[in-house]
Design a protein around this ligand. Sequence first.
Ligand code: HEM
Length: 530
Amino acid sequence: MSARERLAGGAANFVDERTGAAKWMKKTLTKVFPDHWSFMLGEIVMYSFVILLLSGTFLTFWFDPSMKEVEYEGSYEPLNGIKMSAAYASTLHISFDVRGGLLMRQIHHWAALIFMAAMVVHMMRVFFTGAFRKPRELNWIIGVALLTLGIVEGFLGYSLPDDLLSGTGIRIAEAIIQAIPVVGSYLAYFVFGGAFPGEVFIQRIYMVHILLIPGIILALVTAHLMLVWYQKHTQYPGPGRTEKNVVGYPLMPVYMAKAGGFFFIVFGVTAFLGAVASINPIWIFGPYNPGQIGAGSQPDWYMGWLDGLVRLAPPLETHAFGFTISWNILIPGLIIPGIIFTLMAFYPFIEQWMTGDKREHHILDRPRNNPNRTAIGAMSLTFTLVCLINGGNDLLATHFDLSINQIMWFSRIGVLVLPPIAFVITKRICLSLQRADRELVLHGKETGRLVMLPHGEFIEVHEPLSNEKAYLLTQHEQNPPLAIGEADQNGVANPQGLKGKLRSRMSSAAQEQIAKPTAKELLELEEGHH
Ligand code: HEM
């Protein structure tokens, strides 16, 4: 036994004798996980969250969350002698006078952008492959909570420096709070500790940003990962993979090594961006002043679609019983996002209702094999994209020499018309891909080699698919739509209410498929009976 092995054995013994952990560790470390690049998306989210915690802690050493007025006397000359909040002055101090301060600020901001982007892409992976199906619905809901918290956390973060851009964002948040009927203005006074902007807001959101939300995110991420562990990770379809097994590699040493390396890659990329790519240069925006607004003010990308939604609302207001209801803020700022996030959280159950499929699923879907779901995903992304485009309407107008009204009208019409078009096109593409798969299985791969037969006919040689590939293209289930409202065996009609009719329509749409080849068809073709 080498000295290193003796040392490792001694350490393991020490821990086991005091905790009895050896048995548990053995079971845990040899647990098998399936392998696919798309399973690394969740890891990127996790690692960028760790980077956020580390870089954020560094920033807390110097950031002063106070709205007390001070006169700037730092090394950034253009702002010398200007009155500003202590929060803004301390952010300038971190940027120009603390060693490594600007790098850390930029790493923190880039990590936040990567965290949100990776979370959205991870969620798309989970959605398009159907990984949210039973038994993982709860983990999907935890995910939607994490996404919501991530958006709020990011917004609070870039509101902290109290520069002109962040103040503009807070002003919009105040307008949205005020738009809540009846209690809105009282609530806004409560949140800001008086009239906007007040003197306590930064201090309050600071506590929420560094303590409350990260704490909740940490707790939810822990629950999220424990569920992944307990329920086991889903796997992509393939030979030897069933609903009852997991084909992959053990945690130790394969994933330990991979995860360790991957963390440093994510850290490296974030640090590189922080070092070379300027982000949120608050000294250019200047301190917040409620009477000013910078041209081209843009929120971070994950808030952009919400901003765009608010920007496209027509001016609608009602005055009743001494109250004003600002529908133009209430609908896009609260009601539509509320509906979107609720539908998103309940989507696994909505799909169960549409298809009647309440069984457990551990094998993932290829997106083309569930055209309806894939089309719903494309429709939602198109909606968000149109809103995001409108969120940057001022910049698009100046950069492409367009009128802001043209972009506004494009968005107003596009937000209603383009998502259904995206739905139809995506569904057609999926069905075409299914048709292509069917052709491949039945007739093999086109080789491009033309052969002349003895009687003069030209044919193209087709290469048969490997068994693995043929299995992959045919392993999915194809279920008929739910038989709702059909007459029974005796021909007695079974009238259904509106709900039944709707479910029947939805089920037919959800189960629309190109029939996959059957063994009989394949046999017939092989025997030459076309
Ligand atoms: C802080 C945010 C999040 C972190 C750190 C995180 C992390 C992870 C990790 C590491 C995995 C296992 C690897 C993988 O499948 O990618 C996973 C799986 C999963 N995540 Fe997340 N995630 C987050 C947000 C979300 C969101 C927003 C959703 C959806 C709304 C979601 C839904 C799921 C589901 C359903 C699984 C199980 C997937 C399966 O077994 O195939 N997660 N998550």
